[in-house]
Design a binder for this molecule. Structure first.
Ligand SMILES: Nc1nc2c(c(=O)[nH]1)N[C@H]1C(S)=C(S)[C@@H](COP(=O)(O)O)O[C@H]1N2
Ligand SMILES: [Mo]
Length: 347
């Protein structure tokens, strides 16, 4: 679709939530400001809910909350971005959640490393994938399914968590209470919420969200490429003050402290962030990540003169990937890491 937003897109936008752009200022996003994306309804699971781990394992088992807390635990600070972040900026637009740029946030997740949990059930040598099943049920494109995703065994590293806490508090309903998966370095779709069942498979998982959803496709029926790690990206924390309706920024002239966030996927750090002012690029200062999977702060001072200006920022990661000027269009509107442009009025 193109042009005006549909009522259905508005409905999805109201049902989910963006990170307010000014909340880019927090190293760890406070609870309640983290973005949310839920495909179906938030299910009502009780704290007494048990997690089943079964399939291609020697000792299938159901774990209570107390069983899980008796296993080794770990807290990981992770930046999570929805694969659909920036979808509203792709033309033509795919009819789905019309994210602008706020489907990203950083939280500290506490839980049991997946490897420790799998050690309890002993996958058989034939196990090639681990599938995570959510409690939420609904339809997409006429197909009824529980939200579910899998990881290949080689991707199910020690850094994947089965988490029960976020920023030191029990998970909120919208973030997957009482139990969810957190897959650091990947787009958010891998981090299954409301986890009820982990299934070890001796063949690739064929769930809807795995093989139909979350694929990059250049055309209908085109060759699908699975959506995996986050791509390198950066955002500007909006300077000055906004206009209520347009959100246009108004800044006082003089030395303006600009800052923002930058991140990439797969634990690859960002090595360079450039600030663009009216099309001219220069290096900003970029700080190291507090933890391997956490976003990085960048800053630059701008000598702002009165008038209309356009700010932009562009990140490059340690693998040499750099943000493109325009989105790499695909049907689902996923993985848009194009450079952010922000019009600013200086008075
Ligand atoms: N069970 C379930 N898990 C899910 C989803 C969902 O709809 N159902 N959405 C996924 C997507 S697309 C994203 S981006 C993240 C968002 O997590 P959050 O809402 O806690 O920010 O959860 C993922 N896990
Ligand atoms: Mo997402």
């Amino acid at each position: 679709m193109d042009g005006a937003f549909a009522a259905e897109e508005l409905g999805l936008a109201l049902n989910n939530a963006s990170l307010p752009p000014e909340a880019l200022r927090y190293d760890v996003t406070p609870l309640g400001l983290h973005y949310t994306l839920s495909h179906f309804d938030i299910p009502a699971l009780k704290a007494s809910h048990r997690l089943t781990v079964e399939g291609a394992v020697q000792r299938p088992r159901a774990f209570s909350a107390a069983d899980l807390r008796a296993l080794p635990q770990k807290t990981v600070r992770t930046t999570m971005e929805c694969a659909g972040n920036g979808r509203a900026g792709m033309t033509p637009r795919y009819p789905s959640m019309p994210w602008t740029s706020g489907a990203v946030a950083t939280a500290e997740w506490t839980g049991v490393p997946l490897a420790a949990l799998l050690g309890q059930v002993r996958p058989v040598p034939e196990a090639v994938e681990v599938a995570f099943h959510g409690a939420d049920l609904g339809f997409d494109s006429g197909v009824e399914h529980h939200y579910a995703r899998s990881l290949a065994m080689r991707d199910a590293t020690d850094e994947v968590l089965v988490a029960w806490a976020m920023n030191g508090q029990p998970l909120l309903p919208q973030h997957g209470a009482p139990l969810r998966v957190v897959v650091p370095g990947w787009y958010g779709m891998a981090s299954v919420k409301w986890l009820t069942r982990i299934e070890l498979l001796d063949r690739p998982f064929d769930g809807y969200q795995q093989v139909v959803g979350y694929q990059y496709r250049k055309a209908a029926g085109g060759e699908p490429v699975p959506v995996r790690h986050m791509k390198v990206k950066s955002l500007i924390t909006p300077p000055g003050i906004p206009d209520w309706y347009t959100r246009r920024r108004l800044v006082e002239r003089g030395q303006v402290e600009l800052e923002g966030r930058a991140w990439s996927g797969a634990g690859v750090p960002v090595t360079r962030v450039e600030l663009g002012v009216d099309g001219a690029w220069r290096d900003a200062e970029v700080f190291p990540p507090a933890e391997k999977y956490a976003w990085q702060r960048w800053r630059a001072v701008w000598n702002a003169v009165a008038g209309e200006h356009e700010l932009a920022c562009r990140a490059t990661d340690a693998a040499g990937a750099r943000q493109p000027p325009e989105p790499d269009w695909n049907m689902g509107g996923m993985g848009n890491n194009a450079v952010q442009r922000m019009p600013v009025t200086v008075r």
